[in-house]
Design a protein around this ligand. Structure first.
Ligand code: UDX
Length: 434
């Protein structure tokens, strides 16, 4: 994403990776994953010859700026796995060993505090025979791209965070971004490596906290006559100190970043002798939230054995085909375990779903086919096209019109009055006046 944005602004970009499959696709200007507008940007950059890819790390010798954007998965215990960071730092070091021009390495990957200073720097120094701050520059520069909005976020970031102990390196990176963003240059936070690294974790942990918080209030609202989380979220979101974003109650937060980063922050805290109770309960609250749809289904249907359940939405959020840590995965696994027959549909993630569930579930061609003959339908991802399913579609097609709105996409009055048995996240029972 970052690469095509740099290329679009006229920089010559070389993408270096060991994933030959992804490289092959990019060479043909095919995005290796789904992201709106990426294909268009990629075709432009590849055909104009300003974005090329290779698996040869020595190609980095020619670069002025090197962005490390490798994955930082979590180990079994939740701590960060720095294998790719180490391998890449070594490869960068080797590639700049004999170069004579100034080269700046920028750590974009999300890494725990101390990684740039104590892992990346010594490895580049060892392999290159050069010293950071003299032979080469090193900056930490976390990114905050959202899937589904990644190109927009890369072109119009809210802020740029630059961590470095080297003023020349930090200035060079800031100038690069000034030229890139021009009149849209956002505020810059110039700081230490550790602040930049911790700031990224704090950012994701805060977003996760906001969602777990609103889901907690949603659970209280569900048990409170005449309460509705949507009104409560709107009301508190109007407080400028709180803000309206990330207050949408649902089946929990997932994806490739929030879950792994929040867990890594907990594990990192242990290494500095701190027990982050708040962050830990943000995680457990999220895990419990996932079971909310199952509880609702059991409440209406009793045993789920032999029941046909339509799952609308498999991706961890709309606008992506990514199913990493998606709410749909543990939900479907549990439905299968309880003997339900699952039909699933997603506008983008069906291919990924097939790799996970194989023949254990059936895959529908569209949302209406998914609800055909179903005893219950669960909205797991808030794709726009699901909002277009009219009450009569549910009534005419389902065996019984039980809908669990896990993302609050339907107008409760309209769907309930039409005869749908709607169970919505964060909606309390209707109390009658005595
Ligand atoms: C996140 C961060 O937002 C981004 O800054 C960082 O760079 C990468 O991680 P992303 O993984 O694309 O981005 O997902 P995001 O849009 O943050 O959503 C995460 C999850 O929270 C999704 O499962 C989404 O459905 C859920 N969510 C989001 C809610 O349940 N309620 C909300 O109000 C917002």
């Amino acid at each position: 994403m970052t690469a095509v944005c740099f290329a679009r602004k006229g920089h010559e970009v070389v993408g270096i990776d060991t994933d030959l499959d992804a490289l092959g696709k990019i060479q043909k200007a095919e995005p290796p994953f789904f992201e709106p507008r990426l294909k268009e940007y990629l075709v432009e950059a590849v055909t104009e010859g300003i974005f090329a890819v290779t698996d040869d790390a020595s190609a980095n010798a020619r670069s002025e700026l090197t962005f490390m954007a490798v994955g930082t998965p979590v180990c079994e215990d939740g701590s960060i796995d720095l294998t790719h960071i180490r391998n890449t730092a070594e490869a960068i070091g080797r590639s700049i060993r004999d170069t004579t021009h100034y080269q700046l390495t920028v750590v974009k990957s999300t890494v725990t505090p101390g990684t740039a200073r104590t892992v990346v720097r010594p490895l580049i120094e060892r392999e290159s025979g050069k010293t950071a701050g003299m032979g080469f520059g090193l900056c930490s520069n976390p990114e905050f791209l959202r899937e589904g909005n990644a190109l927009h976020d890369a072109e119009f970031p809210d802020r740029i965070v630059i961590g470095s102990e080297d003023a020349v390196a930090a200035k060079k990176l800031e100038s690069f971004y000034e030229e890139l963003h021009g009149e849209h240059m956002p505020p810059v936070v110039r700081t230490t490596h550790e602040n930049a690294e911790l700031l990224k974790y704090a950012n994701n942990a805060f977003l996760a906290t906001k969602i777990s918080f609103i889901n907690t209030i949603a659970n209280i609202a569900e048990r409170t006559p005449n309460a509705d989380i949507q009104t409560i979220a709107r009301g508190i979101g109007l407080d400028e100190r709180i803000g309206p974003e990330f207050l949408k109650a649902g089946l929990g937060w997932g994806g490739p970043c929030l879950p792994k980063d929040v867990k890594a922050l907990v594990e990192f805290s242990k290494t500095v002798n701190y027990n982050p109770e708040l962050i830990k309960s943000v995680i457990t609250t999220n895990e419990e939230q996932n079971g909310r749809a199952l509880q609702a289904a059991r409440k209406v249907l009793g045993s789920l054995k032999g029941k046909r359940i339509g799952i609308l939405g498999l991706a961890f959020k709309p606008g992506t085909d990514d199913m990493r840590e998606a709410a749909s995965v543990p939900l479907i696994q549990e439905l299968i375990r309880e003997g339900a027959s699952v039909a699933a549909y997603d506008p983008a993630a069906l291919d990924n779903a097939r790799k996970i569930f194989r023949n254990d579930i059936s895959y529908s061609r569209d949302s209406l086919e998914c609800i055909d003959g179903a005893d219950c339908c669960i909205i797991v991802t808030d794709w726009d096209e699901f909002k277009a399913i009219a009450p009569k579609d549910f009534i005419e097609r389902m065996r019984c019109p039980v809908v669990i709105d896990g993302r609050r996409i339907y107008d409760v009055d309209r769907y309930s009055k039409a005869g749908i048995r709607l169970s919505a996240i964060g909606l309390g029972p209707v109390a009658r006046s005595p």
